[in-house]
Design a protein around this ligand. Sequence first.
Ligand code: NAP
Length: 310
Amino acid sequence: MERVIIIGSGPAGLTAAVYAARANLNPLVLAGGMYGGQLMLTTEVENYPGFPEGIMGPDLMIKFREQAERFGARIENVDVTSVDFSGTPLIVRTSDDEYHARTVIIATGASARWLDIPNETKLRGRGVSTCATCDGAFFRDKHIVVVGGGDSAMEEALFLTRFGHKVTVIHRRDSLRASKIMAARAQAHEKIDFIWNTVPVGVLGDEHMTGLRLKNVNDGSEYDFDADALFIAIGHTPNTDIFRGQIDLDATGYIESADGTTTNVEGVFVAGDVNDLRYKQAITAAGAGCRAAMDAEKHLEAMEFSAVLS
Ligand code: NAP
């Protein structure tokens, strides 16, 4: 019987592991086949406090992992395939094993949606990004494209005007999904242009992005478009497939939590982007991981105290 199992190994999961390990809970982290979360896909991280010169995303996650292991967290690079939260103990399964736990911290994160177009993967971190907060500053005085028509796209476009000499929003329809106020703000901005009814069908460039191949969805015509950076803002998908039917999710698939750590299942806590539609930052995920571990510890204490009394 494990006292705490942490599912996921981004900033939320590994911070939870540091705190749980230092509380002598001997946590088991089921880290996923590819540990480290979304930061493993970024280049330089300049907004994580404590690294004034910046740090590469994967290097930061190695440090998170080393810190958790230093205090005794056991980290297995395996994917969780299913859970059963219908009774006690809580059950977590991988393809080879079944684990029983008194508490579980879910920190499986969210994945930015990508366009799935040629050259997009190759030029990730070299012009192509899904995070303006992380990568915008690399494109000072450049021509930046944002794809999407929702609030995220407007927010990213407005933020990117601080860096780019011009920001072009490319949207697949002729009207925006974004809230009126965000849409109006973006449309009024002198640095922001819109291209409607259009989707990128390829990223151009070898070492770095140099442009996009665009397609007009009305007449099917295609043309090349010069730009230095592409920020894709077409939404995130929370990684909650394995929890469906086991725990309350909201209409968009995020795990519901009234207070940011507890869920509708006793003993199951949540931290990070899997519960955060709003901030989606490494530092906020790390903070949430800390809170979830402290709440799991309190829950265990209460369980163990009532076991002594009975
Ligand atoms: P979203 O509202 O789902 O918008 C996604 C946008 O991407 C839509 O315009 C959609 O086009 C487009 N899109 C989706 N798949 C695409 C594809 N394959 N190719 C091209 N375009 C594609 O997602 P979001 O903007 O990330 O917002 C998510 C939630 O967070 C929303 O509730 C939003 O209000 C909220 N949010 C709020 C704020 C804020 O208030 N400050 C900031 C960010 C997000 P269609 O319009 O044609 O579907």
